[in-house]
Design a protein. Structure first.
Length: 197
């Protein structure tokens, strides 16, 4: 990054760039997700008649970043499969069945960043490993930094992001009833993270 790079871009890269440099790791600062204000919303086509939505919330994760060396930063997130909310108990139960996740207590969906490309003053493409249903695939998130600054009520540094991606559920062995029920799943992510104590 040159000296002309906007400050917001530097903060964005700092917060999300994944690095392999162990020597700078000790300078990284830890931010943890605010589970009460972090959600993943997904939707898919249902037989061409409607768009059906679901959500994961209350998940955990952390961002380790070093303002002086963004290449030493990383981000990872995990959420219990069984925390999924669909708004209809029978649908949620079906998703947890052997037709889809065959979910058991403790099963997780995880994302770990592997690369970042800053694309604008407050935008970036974040590549990472998404693991669910015993399958790991590389995915790209189109991310936007919403805000970095002191939280007015918590009184400490805070940051917030939005991101989107599109997944093929069959890539994760979740392709039951495709293509009648859409294989393509649109994913919208919004999260907040606070500086760790």
């Amino acid at each position: 990054m040159t000296s002309t790079t906007p400050l917001k871009s530097i903060m964005f890269a700092t917060a999300l760039t994944f690095g392999l440099g162990a020597t700078a790791a000790t300078a990284a600062e830890k931010f943890v997700l605010d589970s009460s204000h972090s959600q993943v919303i997904f939707n898919y086509d249902h037989l061409g008649f409607s768009t059906t939505y679901g959500m994961f919330s209350g998940f955990e994760g952390e961002i380790m970043f070093d303002e002086a060396d963004p290449a030493a930063s990383s981000v990872n997130v995990s959420m219990p499969v069984m925390s999924m909310f669909t708004g209809w108990e029978q649908r949620t139960g079906h998703f947890m069945s052997d037709d889809f996740f065959g979910a058991q207590e403790g099963d997780l969906v995880t994302f770990t960043s592997t690369a970042i490309e800053v694309t604008g003053e407050d935008t970036a493409k974040i590549t990472g490993d998404l693991s669910m249903n015993d399958v790991t695939k590389s995915v790209v998130l189109d991310a936007t930094l919403n805000k970095v600054g002191d939280h007015p009520m918590a009184g400490k540094p805070w940051m917030g992001f939005n991101a989107t991606t599109t997944l093929m559920r069959s890539d994760f062995n979740l392709g039951a009833f495709a293509p009648a029920v859409g294989d393509e799943v649109e994913v919208m992510i919004s999260l907040e993270a606070m500086k760790a104590e």
